[in-house]
Write a protein that binds this ligand. Structure first.
Ligand code: NAI
Length: 251
């Protein structure tokens, strides 16, 4: 018997970075995982790599019909839904004067509306188990703010606030809602940014320097925290925002 035996877990953005590490960890601990990602081929590849107990579903979390398809496919094929990890998201540079309106709207539709839609359609199934769990991937920037990331910081502020609101709204149904607030993580998102930078060494120093630990975190270090919040070891936690950031928010 392993920790997540019998549990069905959806991980949005599950094909890369933090989501990929989370899908792999929960699968290794006995969960049946649904790798839900807009990048269908990458989700298929990870599901094939993990083997039995892993299902790939292509989804755009900002699109209602696509999200409803994800939830019905999960319940039809795997019979239940115990955990939803709202992890899909992205960011870009800019302040309110430089960010284009369309870019702001797109980011909000994935990072905030995506959490709303997935939670909305998953909630009845999570409640039906009596012990449903939602784990959102927020960011330490929702707690302290950083420069030149206005849309991203605003979106994660909304995710942190929505985590607390959902925790209160659904506590009576037995659904616990928590979030991780990662610091700067060495995921493919930053890997690409570093590779394409004019001065990769300088950017790497800047990213490592964001934390008192003077390094970026690894996706696996966030997956451990998501796994704890998704497990029955955290039964008194709801509405928690768990910072895992090498000390960035302590500065
Ligand atoms: P990543 O870029 O490695 O992975 C994100 C995944 O989300 C990708 O597989 C992508 O295809 C998928 N995705 C993007 N838009 C989607 C959509 N509309 N529908 C479904 N899937 C979609 O990124 P990473 O770094 O692993 O980020 C995961 C989460 O962690 C994001 O919410 C991000 O904001 C958050 N985060 C990341 C930090 C970092 O430093 N990397 C720090 C704090 C939070």
């Amino acid at each position: 018997m392993t920790e997540f035996d019998g549990d069905v877990v959806i991980i949005t953005g599950g094909a890369s970075g933090i989501g990929r590490a989370t899908a792999s960890l929960l699968h290794s601990r006995g969960a049946r995982v649904v790798i839900a990602d807009v990048n269908g081929p990458a989700a298929d590849e990870l599901a094939a790599e993990l083997g039995e107990g892993a299902l790939a579903v292509q989804v755009d979390v900002s699109d209602s019909a696509s999200v409803q398809h994800l939830i019905t496919t999960t319940v039809e094929q795997l019979g239940r839904l115990d955990v939803l990890c709202n992890n899909a998201g992205f960011g870009f540079r800019g302040n309110v004067t430089t960010i284009a309106e369309a870019d702001w709207d797109r980011l909000m539709s994935v990072n905030v509306r995506g959490v709303f839609l997935c939670s909305k359609y998953a909630m009845p199934h999570l409640a039906a188990t009596g012990t449903g769990r939602i784990v959102n991937t927020s960011s330490y920037t929702s707690l302290v703010g950083i420069a030149d990331r206005a849309a991203y910081v605003a979106s994660k502020g909304a995710v942190t606030a929505l985590t607390r609101a959902m925790a209160l709204d659904h506590v009576a149904e037995g659904v616990r809602v928590n979030a991780v607030a990662p610091g700067t993580i060495d995921s493919p998102y930053f890997g690409t940014m570093i590779a394409e930078a004019d001065n990769p060494g300088e950017l790497l120093d800047e990213l490592n320097g964001r934390a008192p630990m003077r390094r970026m975190g690894q996706p696996e270090e966030i997956a451990e925290a998501i796994a704890w919040l998704a497990s029955s070891r955290s039964t008194f936690a709801t509405g928690s925002i768990l910072t895992i950031d090498g000390g960035s928010s302590a500065w």
